[in-house]
Design a binder for this molecule. Structure first.
Ligand code: GLA
Length: 715
């Protein structure tokens, strides 16, 4: 049902199948209304006129119920089948408890055949009332359909377990779930295809029978080669109907860190005079490590066991500190500059944010468990430090004096902040300049100073300030000043605090925010709408950032949104990212070249070997954290491939060659095409291997949506 009748507004009569909607407009239902030029927040209705062939019923063995799949709905909806209400997801503003978005939930309405009046072989009317709080609006991110359920529709292939790596093999357990009330038998097939040759390289079949409401487990254990597509098919015996799941086998590029000590992370940090500094020295090597520093300015102290520097410096200036890290295998040293002045975020922020995994189901426990995992799994040793709580920490009312209060999921924010700081981590929080946040929680409108004071008390180091319902205030006024004003108000409130609070603007790039972000003191600004874990989203957002290169500089970063690797889900239900391993290498390479903030979006406590390896390549991270603070320029855009070049502080260049095609292809670039010298030396920084001179050119065979990321140094 890729299209429906559509009308803005809300009338009870629109649920009635007899209502005449012929004057309504036709609207696509596979993409949100804002994406089709309907600029509207609030109510609207869709009406589908559907002929259900009776063959649907006769071909089903089960004949039990219908499934109405509405893909995703932004934000909440109520559904009528031939005038009968069959379900609701999310809450409308007039519902008890008030508006609550459910945009992250896929809509599958199951309807018992016995409860429905279905007009077989004739028209049925499905009417959908939608309320959009903000942003996209309506039905999208998939194509709605109706089907009659069969045994196979109550079965699922669950690929959510992570792969482990054992010698040259990748391994994981799959689950085939039977949600029927009867035993189901069938054939399970595993195929592996080599995408380079297009040939099937592996095939195995299993006859399985699964008890009612139970699982079967299949162990996958095959050679883990790049470019391998795994296809799993379960064919149900009675009907021959089948379900399928596809994924790519992961592969590891980053070599393990050496046992000898190595100092990682940014070589510069910015702090304001007298503001508290917390800086954790990022270092790898066999534990325990002992940290020391010479020329540490007055007012600072270093904990030699943890590598955490704390204190404050009164006088502005550049303070180069010589840091050493020692273990039983040796010692290493590096200079780190503490720049005491006005600017923060001299390199892009690196850390974690709760949104892409937990959405509004975030709790203090979940935040702590990702923070603990960031420490335990060693991400902190590569420079990952911010732990940012996104939306849904706020209570439904302020206290009597107007102070913002946390909800029951966050019993003690100050304790959370203290705990993070004691581990060398930084604490981020989220609000909106409007009355409500995008999730419908309380925003800061009219309470900006009070909120900034509260954040200061809690030890907050980072604020993401998200436009959302500020549209109510802005109304139809589209002047630049109206867009800047709310961010100025909060800027003043943050600046009045005795601690440094990184200021992250989130207003999706409206009014070319990159042009005026610095004027409201923003350390970064979102340049687009929300990212999701698909290649389309990654491509659409990531590969148009090149236009903004000139606006990025130390302390002022373009933010193309958070990382979509690992287990994400924007809700209590997490899944593996839908990006292939190659797309994930592209994602991290591109965000590094773009000098984007790097905020991990997955639950770190469930991070798998592949994702951990992806996020701990110090040479790749160094591209992102380079002190020159330049964003890569796109220097070549040809038929389905692009080349980006980022200038680095040591005079070398990071070069990313991206294959945007969905098949393997060989990319060849002459040094002159991208202003490089043939005698320059090339290093593959994912594999951390020197490749010799550029000579004739850069020629690489790249996987679909894959990347080659190199560092090029002229002699
Ligand atoms: C907006 C932002 C997201 C997230 C949610 C929270 O959609 O763009 O990053 O913060 O709000 O409600």
């Amino acid at each position: 049902m890729p299209q429906a009748k559509f009308c803005i507004g809300n009338q009870a009569a629109w649920s009635d199948p007899r209502f005449n909607d012929s004057s309504w407009q036709d609207l696509k239902t596979n993409t949100f209304w804002e994406k089709q030029g309907v600029d509207h927040n609030g109510y609207a209705w869709y009406r589908f006129h559907v002929r259900l062939p009776s063959s649907l019923k006769t071909r089903s063995a089960l004949k039990d119920s219908l499934l109405l799949n509405l893909a995703y709905v932004d934000d909440c909806d109520e559904v009528y089948f031939n005038g009968k209400k069959i379900g609701q997801t999310g809450r409308f503003p007039e519902d008890k408890g008030g508006y609550s978005t459910a945009y992250a939930n896929k809509r599958g309405y199951h309807l018992a055949l016995k409860d429905l009046t279905i007009n077989w072989d004739r028209e049925n009317v499905i009417a959908v009332k939608v309320y959009d709080g903000n942003g996209d609006g309506g039905i999208g991110n998939g194509t709605p359909y109706v089907t009659i359920l069969d045994y196979i529709d109550n079965m699922a292939i669950n690929t959510n377990n992570s792969f482990t790596f054992a010698a040259a093999n990748v391994r994981k357990e799959l689950k085939v779930t039977n949600n029927n009330d009867t035993l189901v038998k069938g054939l399970f097939t595993v195929n592996a295809k080599d995408e380079q040759t297009g040939k099937n390289v592996y095939s195995k079949q299993y006859n399985i029978s699964i008890a009612p409401k139970a699982n079967a487990t299949i162990l996958i254990d095959i050679a883990g080669k790049p470019g391998t597509t795994l296809t799993y098919i379960f064919a149900e015996q009675k009907t021959g109907k089948s379900i399928m799941a596809i994924e790519q086998s992961p592969y590891i590029l980053t070599p393990r860190p050496q046992e000898t000590p190595r100092i990682n992370g940014a070589q510069i940090t910015g702090v304001r005079p007298n503001s508290p500094l917390i800086y954790k020295i990022a270092a790898t090597g066999k534990k325990p490590l002992t940290y020391s520093a010479t020329q540490l300015p007055d007012g600072l102290k270093l904990d030699s066991a943890t590598g955490i520097i704390t204190g404050s410096i009164a006088k502005a200036g550049d303070y180069p500190v010589n840091i050493s890290v020692k273990n039983t295998l040796g010692t290493t040293s590096r200079t780190m500059t503490i720049k005491v002045g006005d600017m923060l975020a001299l390199t892009p922020a690196m850390g974690w944010n709760s949104w892409n995994c937990w959405g509004t189901s975030v709790t203090a426990e979940k935040v702590k468990s990702s923070a603990q995992a960031l420490i335990d799994k060693g991400l902190i040793d590569h420079g990952w430090t911010y732990i940012n709580v996104d939306d849904a920490w706020e209570a439904s009312a302020r206290s009597a004096d107007g102070t913002i209060v946390t909800n029951e999921k966050f019993p003690d924010m100050k304790a959370l902040g203290d705990w993070l700081h004691s581990h060398g981590l930084k604490f981020g929080i989220y609000s909106s300049p409007g009355r409500l946040t995008c999730g419908g929680y309380l925003g800061s409108l009219g309470h900006e100073l009070q909120d900034a004071e509260t954040y200061n008390k809690w030890g907050v180091d980072y604020l993401k300030h998200d436009w959302c319902s500020y549209s109510e205030v802005a109304g139809s006024d589209t002047s630049l000043e109206t867009f800047m004003k709310p961010y100025r108000v909060m800027q003043k409130a943050l600046r009045a605090q005795p601690r440094d609070i990184y200021y992250s603007l989130c207003q999706y790039g409206m009014k070319d925010v990159w042009k005026w972000g610095p004027q409201v003191d923003a350390n970064s600004w979102r340049t687009t709408g929300d990212i999701t874990d698909t290649w389309e989203s990654l491509h659409d957002i990531g590969f148009r950032q090149y236009k903004l290169s000139e606006y990025a500089r130390p302390g002022r970063w373009n933010d193309p949104d958070m990382l979509i690797v690992g287990k994400v889900g924007w809700s209590g239900n997490l899944r593996n990212t839908r990006l292939t391993p190659d797309e994930q290498y592209t994602h991290i390479s591109l965000w590094s070249l773009l000098a984007s903030p790097l905020l991990i979006g997955c639950d770190i406590s469930q991070i798998d070997d592949f994702t951990l390896n992806l996020l701990t390549n110090d040479e790749v991270i160094a591209v992102n954290q380079d002190t020159l603070g330049k964003q890569a320029r796109r220097v070549l855009a040809k038929n389905e491939y692009e080349v980006y070049v980022k200038e680095l502080a040591d005079g070398s260049k990071a070069v990313g060659l991206f294959n945007l095609a969905d098949k393997y292809r060989t990319i060849s670039v002459k040094p002159s095409e991208i202003s490089l010298s043939p005698s320059a030396q090339v290093r593959d920084i994912w594999r951390q291997k020197d490749l010799g001179k550029i000579a004739e050119g850069l020629t690489y065979k790249l996987p679909p949506h894959g990347v080659m990321l190199i560092k090029v140094k002229s002699n």
